[in-house]
Design a protein around this ligand. Structure first.
Ligand SMILES: Cc1cc2nc3c(=O)[nH]c(=O)nc-3n(C[C@H](O)[C@H](O)[C@H](O)COP(=O)(O)OP(=O)(O)OC[C@H]3O[C@@H](n4cnc5c(N)ncnc54)[C@H](O)[C@@H]3O)c2cc1C
Ligand code: SF4
Ligand code: SF4
Length: 954
């Protein structure tokens, strides 16, 4: 139940904001509340705002009631700045508009646009944004600017401070100010003279205070995100430029950023990298000092523990296992606009550091495969520690910066400190060129003695960084709650009081993200620590970073993978403690739909996850638990697979017959009416529903003289589903596949007892794991036999089934879905005459997970002159889930139609059920890519093959 003032707020808000965007139930508040930091607060109310005017209204209403507000973008912050125990305003889907300006030299954006997406937009112009946090594929531009985030190559020169053109802001009184608009500034001067005067006066007094001014200039020579960006007061005199720059790194405590215009930087097309191993840290740091004035774009340091943590990872260079005890690596990158410049730069770099001994000779490589491996290794450091940590512990990443000329001594001191406190798994690495080091370690917050140890460590780290080296306690991750107690220690009384004044000018009643950046509580960094209960092996390594959210079809509709994990952890914890039974019951009830039913179990979340967690597997586990002893029902059905397929065919044909008589509108209304009455017991009907398939001609065609043979396993879906109305005169897929294979001169072998076989996915995805395993084993045995112990390739016509087969079956089987099979085996024997049409392809999740999405595009490009690839994740059809929870499919494909120009007439994919949803939500007929290849190909017949080439008429 909401406290009184929140109830008043709720009543006020619902007059203007749609209730469906205001959340105060236990599941939503818990789920939206979690960020990547090791702090936990649960908001009382969460509002998904849709535009600037709405934010203005929300801020005014909260201010009237003195209710604190926190803004939340992607929630990847690490210092506890994007959490709240009051009102949280979410910047989601509706905040992704952008405008490329001046041929890519600038870009204007709404704050919800993801950094990686911005760079993809700018790439065709040969540009990118300056800030480059490692989280760029998840973090939003609003969060990047509000945290002044940076990364491996941005340093201080290309961060938001130095690449900002202008900002649009919403202040706590609801005023909207556009620092790039003359009229807006003039209006602001009239409406807020006092505000402007106070800013001017602060700037003047700071500039006139030479000791303070010198301190500020000195401290910003290295990266620094501790406290407010008070360099704005020194660097600028124009009050609007000062306001704009104070907003950078203000972590949602000064106002809301509703639009950002950044100057972009050149995307150098030529790159080369070298992994250089030095015998010790000191020599590596000496090299860093020299490299600072060499033509390098990034220099990353990795200490011995870091190298140890990744030496066994797949693809790592073997020499990593032969390093001496104190070895230290520098990963150096250089880039240029033209190749000759790149080569010259490499020569200069090598010459500059030739006097410093290395453990091995090294080379710069410009081969993307090789240098991507190095950068993958660097990117794997944080997850490596995250994955190795003891269950129930948190992984902490600290972020300090030292003056570069003292980097060696400071790093060694840091190492000693971590050893002193027995953080044995600690790894030091970072952006050495900027003196910016991260140290990661696992921390148990479940035991008070360990919390005390962390407190002592932080105290000694602050002494080391501030008192000994005059460095920064936070170089790029933002102050948050984590170093708020140390801001005064780092900056001193005068600068701290300046920061307090800034806060008062912008937010006199301390409504905006209170407690973040400035906090009088000297122990706030030890409060509200996030418990990480041991809950389930599948997700125990989750660091709640949120990197999985952008690839989840259900995110923004029900729960993202991170949110599924967060809520599940809470449910386990409450069940164990027996506390708050009403909350536990409410969570369980809501989770059934939001967590369980609307998970597509496609596993795309694992692709972007640094510790490779497939949250879908957790959900399958929960489904299996729910089914419990009812597994036998599925076993009964599975043993009658042949009959089930016949029933399915009959059912589909019957519905199709009704459709041909009643027409689409009446049948849709009837089917929906029945669904409403019977709940989810009957499937959702769409006009793209196929008729039942015809029985497959499964007689084997075998010519002993023909060495080209393939085992074709038609999936149970394609054995049941035939063509739909939009297929016009086309024949069913199983026959199309057969014709194409024969056209290329292959013999086809069908597995014995084919009609009873199934990959098992249809069962296991619903939790019938025993049945799923049984069917998979049966199919595996049949395929091993049919393929002569793996001699012949096996083709399955549905890529999701093929993926399941690859996951579960013996590696002697050479398993292929249509795209790879056609590309590898059939194309050499086919003549392709591309059609002059615009087509679209949709690589389904299994194709993305197998890394075959680009192969599919390549194949389509061979077959048609123009290929459009829409940007989507999973389509949300999820096997047959689209028939029972069609809202997930609708949500997954909500942006599809808008991305396809009218000229697109045909779509192609590799999964029959996904194609139904794709057709429905695009209005374009989607079919298997086999139809396209068959349409554009003819046989490359030779005399010797003629005798066995035979296409049967169906
Ligand atoms: C594994 C990992 C690696 C990381 N690597 C880096 C790195 O290399 N460099 C780096 O700098 N950071 C890094 N981060 C930290 C984090 O990803 C970045 O700071 C990122 O910019 C935060 O963006 P976000 O969209 O997640 O913002 P959020 O975390 O949602 O919000 C960030 C802050 O901005 C405020 N805010 C959000 N939107 C607005 C708005 N529109 N107006 C005003 N205030 C707003 C929030 O209240 C909060 O205080 C990393 C994080 C993780 C988990
Ligand atoms: S599942 Fe992976 S990507 Fe998602 S929050 Fe957890 S660790 Fe991060
Ligand atoms: S399996 Fe798919 S729907 Fe389920 S959490 Fe992962 S990405 Fe989201």
């Amino acid at each position: 139940m909401l406290a009184e003032k929140y109830l008043t707020l709720y009543t006020k808000l619902t007059g203007r904001v749609d209730k469906s965007r205001i959340f105060h139930d236990p599941l939503s508040t818990l789920a939206f509340g979690a960020d990547a930091s090791f702090y936990k607060l649960t908001p009382k109310m969460v509002i998904k705002a849709i535009d600037e005017n709405e934010v203005s209204f929300l801020l005014q209403e909260c201010a009237k009631l003195s209710i604190p507000v926190t803004f939340r973008a992607a929630g990847t912050s690490l210092s506890g700045q994007s959490i709240s125990d009051s009102v949280m305003i979410i910047i989601g889907e509706k905040w992704k508009k952008f405008q490329v300006l001046d041929n890519g030299k600038q870009i204007r954006m709404q704050p919800g646009l993801i950094g990686g997406k911005i760079n993809a937009i700018l790439a065709p112009y040969g540009r990118k944004i300056g800030p480059d946090p490692a989280s760029i594929n998840s973090a939003t531009i609003g969060g990047i600017v509000a945290n002044n985030a940076s990364g491996m190559s941005s340093g201080t020169a290309r961060n938001s401070t130095n690449t900002i053109e202008s900002l649009r802001l919403v202040l706590i009184d609801g005023t909207i100010l556009d620092t790039g608009n003359k009229k807006s500034k003039e209006e602001f001067l009239r409406s807020h003279p006092q505000f402007i005067e106070e800013i001017r006066s602060l700037a003047t007094s700071t500039k006139n205070n030479s000791i303070l001014a010198d301190k500020i200039i000195k401290k910003y020579k290295i990266k620094n995100t501790t406290g407010y960006s008070i360099n704005a007061l020194i660097d600028f005199t124009d009050p609007f430029e000062i306001i704009e720059h104070l907003m950078i790194g203000s972590e949602g405590t000064l106002g809301f950023i509703s639009e950002i215009t950044l100057n972009t930087v050149i995307l150098q097309p030529f790159r080369a990298s070298a992994l250089i191993i030095f015998p010790d840290l000191e020599k590596a740091c000496t090299a860093v000092t020299i490299l600072k004035s060499s033509p390098v774009t990034a220099v990353e340091l990795i200490d011995r523990s870091g190298l140890l943590s990744i030496e066994n990872d797949e693809g790592m260079p073997l020499f990593l296992k032969r390093l001496t005890g104190n070895a230290c690596a520098l990963l150096v990158e250089t880039s240029a606009e033209i190749k000759t410049d790149l080569n010259k730069q490499i020569e200069i770099i090598v010459k500059n550091i030739e006097d410093i001994p290395t453990e091995f000779p090294y080379n710069f490589t410009d081969n993307p495969e090789e240098y991507n491996l190095y950068w993958k290794m660097r990117g794997g450091l944080f997850p490596a520690v995250g994955a190795m940590r003891k269950k129930g512990t948190t992984v902490i990443i600290e972020d300090v910066a030292f003056p570069i000329n003292q980097l060696a001594a400071a790093t060694m001191d840091l190492q000693k400190l971590l050893h002193k406190f027995a953080y044995r798994d600690a790894v030091i690495y970072g952006h050495a060129l900027e003196g910016n080091l991260h140290f990661i370690f696992s921390q148990d917050f479940g035991i008070q003695a360990e919390v005390d140890k962390y407190e002592k460590l932080m105290l000694e780290v602050s002494d080391l960084v501030i008192n000994k080296y005059d460095g920064s306690l936070k170089a790029e991750h933002g102050t948050g709650r984590n170093v708020a107690p140390f801001v005064k220690k780092e900056w001193g009384d005068e600068a701290y009081s300046l920061m307090e004044k800034i806060k008062t000018i912008f937010d006199p009643d301390n409504i905006l993200n209170p407690g973040v950046i400035l906090n009088p509580d000297s122990k706030i960094h030890l409060k509200n620590l996030k418990p990480i209960p041991v809950a389930n092996d599948i997700i125990d390594k989750c660091i709640e970073c949120g990197f999985c959210e952008t690839s989840c079809v259900a995110a923004e509709m029900t729960l993202s993978p991170r949110q599924r994990i967060v809520v599940y952890r809470e449910m386990v914890s409450l069940a164990r403690s027996g506390q708050e039974p009403h909350i536990a019951a409410s969570l369980a009830k809501s989770y059934s739909y939001a967590g369980n039913k609307t998970c597509a179990t496609d596993g795309l979340c694992a692709v972007g996850c640094p510790v490779k967690i497939d949250t879908g597997k957790l959900i399958k586990c929960l489904r299996a638990d729910e089914i419990g002893k009812k597994q036998n029902r599925a076993l009964w059905l599975a043993d009658r697979m042949g009959k089930v397929t016949v029933w399915a065919r009959m059912g589909l044909s019957f519905v199709n017959f009704i459709h041909s008589i009643l027409g689409t509108t009446v049948l849709f209304a009837l089917a929906e009416g029945l669904r409403k009455i019977l709940g989810n017991m009957i499937p959702y009907w769409t006009p793209y529903m196929p008729t039942g398939s015809k029985k497959i001609k499964s007689h084997n065609i075998q010519n002993p003289d023909n060495s080209r043979k393939v085992v074709y396993f038609p999936s149970c879906i394609n054995r049941s589903m035939g063509v739909s109305k939009d297929y016009k005169d086309e024949i069913q897929l199983t026959e199309k596949v057969r014709q194409l294979i024969l056209k290329a001169g292959f013999d086809i072998i069908y597995p014995d007892n084919m009609n009873n076989l199934c990959c098992g996915m249809a069962f296991s995805s619903k939790g019938y794991t025993i049945t799923g395993e049984k069917k998979s084993n049966e199919l595996e045995a049949a395929l091993i036999k049919a393929s002569n112990n793996g001699e012949y390739p096996v083709l399955c016509d549905m890529s999701p089934c093929l993926y399941t087969m690859k996951e579960n079956m013996n590696s002697i089987l050479k398993l292929y879905e249509p795209v790879e099979f056609i590309s590898v085996y059939l194309l050499p024997y086919l003549v392709i005459t591309p059609i002059d049409e615009v087509i679209t392809v949709f690589p389904v999740c299994s194709m993305k997970k197998m890394g075959l999405d680009m192969k599919m595009v390549d194949l389509a490009k061979i077959c048609a002159t123009k290929v459009i690839v829409a940007e989507t994740n999973c389509c949300g059809f999820a096997g047959d889930r689209g028939f029972f929870y069609p809202e997930l499919n609708k949500h997954g494909l909500r942006n599809l139609k808008a991305q396809l120009p009218d000229s697109v007439k045909q779509g192609y994919s590799t999964s029959r059920t996904c194609e139904i949803g794709l057709s429905l939500h695009s209005g374009i007929s989607y079919k298997s890519i086999v139809y396209l290849v068959d349409r554009v190909s003819s046989s490359k017949k030779t005399q010797t093959e003629k005798h066995h080439f035979k296409v049967e008429k169906y």
